[in-house]
Design a binder for this molecule. Structure first.
Ligand SMILES: Cc1cc2nc3c(=O)[nH]c(=O)nc-3n(C[C@H](O)[C@H](O)[C@H](O)COP(=O)(O)OP(=O)(O)OC[C@H]3O[C@@H](n4cnc5c(N)ncnc54)[C@H](O)[C@@H]3O)c2cc1C
Length: 458
């Protein structure tokens, strides 16, 4: 393909989370002539930086400022409030662009697939996280904090985030950007005991040490682990002793300190977080509301680093009226593209999208969570995006010579369809008003929690 200033590579990036921005950045840095449109289904950009990262981790949310530089580049156009697959279809976009890159993330929680999971008090993590972060799709949800205990299933950082939001004093949360209506409900919470339950052991837990350690620093809260969980079997000890297994070693030290709290953690008026291991959820019990959760005790089989947690007939029943499941995420499907049901990703071969016959779909790529799954930190998406762009550049000579006018044609097309798109300048207006409203309340921002209120603000 002839690539020049008069014939730039026209690229539409679908999704404005960090991966979308990092794909744009890598294209801009590649030295080719390119024009990029970033399409986002919500009026506001940044994906899970705005709607996933915990509200009490404001410093991290500040990463969005580094993404603004990319959005404001003259070769980049941001169009929010445009949902691909709903407002505009993939085949329509292909009329205007040489390349589509899907960076749509994984908006849905994976399910355990067990009995009782649909009871009203059993919440997939994405619903609760979206609710306390002010995501418009989750504002009609309700959570019953009128329970004295909650159970969180899963041993990763998402579970820790949820645990912190439930355990942190409300006055601390008021300094975050949790919307006022969520703070109102959380301020009435009666939860004083939270169980963090995983089906494997302490050496296999996916927590990062910083987040694990932060739990122990919560005001008026004790974190406890039964000492029996730290008596390791031979294979677990072997995993812990492995020189490169640094996270497990660091976590283990934190677990040991929590285990020394175990005997003193009851009988105080402090909140309590218990971390439980080797329990596999079997059934959520209740009529309409959740009453208890049945777990099967598990035991390990197999060699070190390949141990599998096998459920046994030995059952443990935990009484609780509120549960959160944090067992992974999955992407949303698009008509004409295939979703890998096992991984929850868009099916791809090294970033190139493939159809149901395993054939590469020309001109379509992916990056970020929806390409590789929900792992790594925000910076991991930058490497991932660079890798996707490397594949795009490798394929450049294959692109058919076709006229493509990118955002100019797309904007006319959206206007003809009466779709009210949001520009980056429009977003900046929303951003400024949110910050101003937040300042009055002594918080970083007060988010608009509906699309209509964001549009009205513009
Ligand atoms: C609860 C939680 C806490 C986290 N905390 C941290 C942390 O503390 N530190 C850290 O480093 N990482 C953290 N992460 C991970 C980090 O958020 C992800 O690595 C990152 O957001 C993934 O980026 P992405 O762009 O692939 O997806 P996303 O951030 O999900 O962005 C996808 C974007 O695509 C848009 N979209 C989806 N479908 C469409 C469509 N059809 N049309 C147009 N737009 C669409 C979405 O609205 C969204 O804006 C956390 C994740 C979660 C879930």
């Amino acid at each position: 393909m002839n690539n020049s200033k008069n014939h730039p590579l026209q690229v539409a990036i679908i999704g404005s989370g960090p991966s979308g921005f990092y794909v744009a950045e890598a294209l801009l840095n590649s030295g080719i002539s390119t024009e990029i449109t970033i399409l986002e289904k919500l009026p506001c950009p940044y994906g899970l930086i705005r709607y996933g990262v915990a509200p009490d981790h404001q410093k991290l949310k500040g990463v969005s400022q580094t993404l603004d530089v990319i959005a404001e580049h003259p070769s980049v156009t941001y169009l929010g409030n445009v949902e691909v697959g709903k407002d505009i279809q993939i085949n329509e976009l292909m009329q205007f662009y040489h390349i589509l890159v899907f960076t749509t993330g994984m908006p849905k929680s994976s399910q355990l697939g067990i009995e009782g999971e649909s009871l009203i008090d059993v919440h997939p993590s994405s619903n609760f996280i979206g609710w306390y972060n002010g995501h418009p799709d989750h504002q009609s949800l309700s959570f019953d904090f009128n329970n004295d205990s909650a159970v969180i299933i899963g041993h990763g950082n998402v579970a820790i985030d949820i645990c912190r939001v439930l355990a942190k004093p409300i006055d601390e949360l008021r300094k975050s950007d949790i919307p006022e209506q969520a703070l109102d409900l959380l301020s009435q919470s009666k939860i004083n005991h939270i169980n963090l339950v995983g089906r494997r052991g302490p050496i296999q837990a996916k927590f990062t040490t910083k987040e694990l350690h932060e739990l122990g620093k919560l005001e008026n809260c004790n974190v406890a682990i039964h000492p029996k969980h730290l008596k390791l079997g031979k294979q677990c000890q072997q995993e812990l002793d492995e020189v490169s297994n640094l996270i497990a070693k660091k976590n283990h030290r934190v677990f040991e300190s929590y285990s020394s709290n175990f005997s003193t953690s009851t009988g105080t008026d402090k909140k309590k977080i218990t971390i439980d291991f080797m329990l596999n959820p079997k059934t959520f019990q209740g009529d309409k509301n959740l009453q208890s959760i049945v777990f099967e005790k598990t035991r390990f089989e197999g060699p070190a680093f390949k141990q599998v947690a096998i459920p046994s007939d030995d059952l443990v029943v935990m009484s609780s009226g509120l549960a959160f499941t944090c067992v992974g995420f999955k992407g949303s499907p698009f008509a004409g593209l295939t979703l890998d049901n096992k991984k929850g990703t868009l099916s791809n071969k090294n970033s190139r999208l493939i159809n149901e016959h395993g054939e590469i779909v020309p001109g379509m790529y992916t990056a970020g969570w929806v390409k590789r799954g929900p792992n790594g930190v925000i910076g991991t998406n930058r490497e991932c995006a660079q890798d996707s762009v490397n594949q795009i550049l490798e394929d450049m000579p294959k692109y058919v010579e076709k006229p493509a006018y990118g955002n100019k044609s797309l904007i006319e097309h959206l206007q003809a369809k009466n779709i009210q798109f949001v520009t980056f300048n429009d977003w900046k207006v929303i951003d400024a008003v949110e910050k101003e409203q937040g300042q009055k309340l002594g918080k970083p921002r007060e988010k608009f929690t509906s699309v209509s209120s964001m549009l009205a603000c513009i």
